[in-house]
Design a protein around this ligand. Structure first.
Ligand code: FE2
Ligand code: FE2
Length: 260
């Protein structure tokens, strides 16, 4: 059996605690020989909101080979010029055609090329083009056998359905957006590595990354609250997928939750 490349895909990075734990844990896992390549969803990188150009560049500098985004892509308008020029930033491909940035990129590794695609869901989310048909189109254009899909979506049904729809045609379908890690990681019947949600790279003692008390008060009182980002108990959640890059075949998917 060919030796695989161990690709860490980290769930949504949230705030400064998330950025710090991302850097520390990825350094340690590299030192331990557990990972070879790092990709992360960075859509909440700046205080829970979409990253600034400085934060996106810092995360790339901290060892991310590429970053995916999501519904928070355009929170910081200053990111727009960087989205146009930085090929390692990937926003959902099924946004309107005139949206800034790219929905697919190719990462060169020592073992060959890796194609990274971002898609956003339509169930309980803002309108977007069909992620299923967009995936069909992009897979046809992919410049690599190894294709990783970040499906940024709310509904577990939509995510599981896309996993099966793409089973055997891509290397991995990895869900993001909910910030809650699911325990359904698997190699699907036709060989695609799958998980409904990678979880969050951020403060675990929180409500999806925000301080607990204001969120509780909002639910109880119905009144607006300031949702500061928590810094408590940061952890990196995601998966390590072992992939033979040249064939695009995923051998295994391991779910991880690592504290610095
Ligand atoms: Fe999101
Ligand atoms: Fe998120």
């Amino acid at each position: 059996m060919l030796a695989g490349m161990k690709i860490l895909f980290a769930g949504d990075i949230v705030g400064s605690a998330g950025r710090q734990v991302f850097q520390r844990v990825t350094e340690r896992l590299r030192d331990e020989g557990r990972i070879d390549l790092v990709i992360a969803n960075a859509e909440n990188g700046a205080g829970g909101r979409g990253p600034s150009p400085e934060i996106a560049e810092a995360l790339l500098g901290a060892g991310a080979a590429a970053l995916t985004l999501g519904d928070h892509t355009f929170d910081d308008k200053k990111l727009i010029p960087l989205l146009e020029t930085e090929s390692r930033l990937v926003r959902p491909a099924n946004l309107p055609p005139d949206a800034a940035g790219r929905g697919m990129t190719t990462i060169e590794t020592g073992e060959g090329a890796v194609c990274l695609i971002s898609l956003i869901g339509r169930t309980f989310m803002n309108p977007a083009d069909c992620p299923f048909r967009t995936a069909d189109k992009l897979i046809g254009m992919a410049q690599a056998k190894t294709i990783l899909v970040d499906f940024h979506a709310e509904a577990t049904s939509e995510k599981i359905a896309l996993g099966h729809y793409l089973d055997g045609r891509v290397t991995a379908v990895l869900g993001t957006h909910t910030h809650v890690q699911t325990s359904d990681e698997a190699i699907l019947p036709n060989g695609t590595a799958y998980i409904t949600d990678l979880g969050m790279t951020g403060p675990k003692d929180s409500v999806l990354g925000r301080e607990v008390e204001p969120v509780v008060q909002r639910f109880i009182t119905g009144m607006p609250q300031k949702f500061d980002v928590s810094k408590k108990d940061p952890a990196l959640e995601g998966v390590i997928v072992d992939v033979v890059i040249k064939s695009g075949k995923a051998h295994s998917i391991e779910r991880i939750r690592e504290r610095a």
